[in-house]
Design a protein around this ligand. Structure first.
Ligand code: GSH
Length: 216
């Protein structure tokens, strides 16, 4: 069990799964002890409570461990959901998130790290990603770019945005020149949002035995 009175969040700044968890935690204002880790040197304390070795991991003061990013988001929203992120079309949101995590993310990895997947050129992976991105762009158009599943931000926006950001970051000028105009507007708004900028604060890597950082 954690010796901290606060939930402990093991996180990696750039990880899109960790970003979605931090977005939820920050917006809900749930005070945590954040432990920034290195994926190549995961702390034993984290592996002890979650041997699968992925971030984010949230350990609650009662010792319970939540080690899937979506479960962390859902736990947070069970505590408080100030902007009604779950008050939009939840079944569509969950289906979109599943498509993001199961289908889009593996393609994104191939597009981003195409040298590791030489079976196909990078453009092939980019084209494969386009059906999901078309879908997001069309959903945003329906809701006047306010949200993916309704007229305001919902669970799907928060959970999917970090992955679209990662995709766009591979070739930003290429992305900005695509026909996904609504998606580009939505992405820019998220990237400029105080919430996102806050959760991207750089923290030093946690030293075992030391106290982590106050978050948010
Ligand atoms: N399904 C997990 C996936 C988390 C995940 O894969 N995180 C990556 C970092 S972005 C990770 O920790 N990978 C382990 C590694 O690279 O060793 C979740 O939603 O939390």
């Amino acid at each position: 069990m954690s010796s901290s009175r606060l939930p402990v969040l093991y996180s990696f700044r750039r990880c899109p799964y960790a970003i979605r968890a931090r977005l939820a935690i920050d917006r809900a204002g749930i005070a945590c002890e954040l432990r920034e880790i290195l994926l190549r040197d995961k702390p034993a304390a984290m592996l002890e409570i979650s041997p699968k070795g992925t971030v984010p991991v949230l350990q609650l003061p009662d010792g319970a461990v939540i080690d899937e990013s979506l479960d962390i988001m859902e736990w947070v929203l069970d505590q408080t959901d100030p902007d009604g992120w779950r008050a939009t079309d939840l079944s569509t949101a969950r289906a979109l998130i599943e498509r993001n995590d199961q289908d889009f993310k593996p393609i994104l990895d191939r597009y981003k790290y195409f040298e590791r997947y030489p079976e196909q050129p990078q453009e092939y992976y980019r084209d494969q990603a386009s059906s999901f991105l078309n879908r997001l762009d069309a959903s945003l158009a329906v809701h006047e770019v306010r949200g993916l599943t309704g007229p305001r931000t919902g669970l799907a926006d928060v959970a999917i945005f970090p992955f679209v950001r990662q995709f766009a970051g591979v070739d930003r000028s290429g992305f900005d020149a695509t026909p996904w105009t609504d998606l580009a507007v939505w992405l820019k708004a998220w990237e400029a949002s105080p919430l996102f900028l806050r959760v991207m604060t750089k923290y030093p890597v946690w030293c075992p035995g030391a106290h982590g950082e106050a978050f948010p």
